[in-house]
Design a binder for this molecule. Sequence first.
Ligand code: ZN
Length: 404
Amino acid sequence: MEFSNLLVVKNWKNNGLGKICLTDALISEKSDDNIIIDCKGLIAYPSLINIHDHLVGNWIPKGAPNRPYKNTSIWVEDMKKSESVLERSNFWKSSIDDLTKNNGIAMAMLGVYKNIFSGVTIVQDHIPNQKNAYYKAFPIKVISDYRQGHSITLKNWWGGGELEEEMKMTKGKIPFIIHLSEGIDEVAKSEFSELEKLGLLKNNSILVHCTALTKTELKKVNDIGASIAWCPNSNIFLLDTTLDFKTVFDLNINLCIGTDSTLSGSINILKELIYTKQTFTQIPFSMLFKMVTENPAKALILDNYNGRIEINRDANLLITKKLKENPYENLLNIDTPDIELLLYRGKPIFGKADFLKYFTWNPKDFYLFELNSQKMFVIGHPEDILNKIEKKLGYKKHFDYLPF
Ligand SMILES: [Zn+2]
């Protein structure tokens, strides 16, 4: 299959008019059939990576009745009493030990759709490691090769082993992910030295938030080659502040943007990018793009996808309308209806229904709907999840990240 005549954004530095060939799940030098799809006027990006989400947390609206907080250990308790979480508990309230039970997968799938409708095909779901069946239930990649800690202060209250054990289990080959110093008070400030003491600062560490880190601490993060997951919308909503961006940027730390769940963060990653640019106008468009492609691919130690469009790598593609000449600026101007096609390993996930004719597809596997008078498809059946929710709640619930 060949997508011809489109602006190909290979990576954050390199883009130009050209074509992309696909053979099965991979991008290839040549097409293995005679299918040529004319994509004049469209832009192809490597599909996006969301480095920080809690899939089952994607209920709306945000739940933080007493914001701003001094640290998010206080919010974690407060959130449980928020209207949003109380409403969610009518649909899903099983523990996060095993999400394959009691609507856990349906709840997480809603979060997956949030990601799909914003061009994401790889998401890190920060929760205790689940059974394989959980990760296999999704049409895009929900990272399964990782170990985690909730935070230094609350340890693994939500499940998983001791923090040091979790790090040991990575053998340095998969990421170790932990919320760090998410606050402004002494509790948040004390977490970094504890992280070091426990041996959790390694080059495979993904440190989430880091709002209280000092310049010296950020330098240590950089020296060891760890990555930072940054959710500015969630930080500023919960804490009225975010990390020391200037230092992080000057040091060139591997910084990745994530959404967090909608209980505290943006509606989706496209909105998170817009928010970040509005808040930190000095960040170039191309850097923002890198923070949701190459940087997280590196942090997550992905095997066959590096967040670029490259021959013999996974065909994870996001094809969109062109609203701006500069493709990196364009990414910050598009919304769900501007996505023409989203592919994960060469498979159609979401897009204009017109594209389906080029693929072998079974109507049973897709939900077809109209968006701005355009026929669209999405993989799976989100409408069934919404019906289930309506049945449990007794009324219709709308989720802002769903385009129906
Ligand atoms: Zn989080």
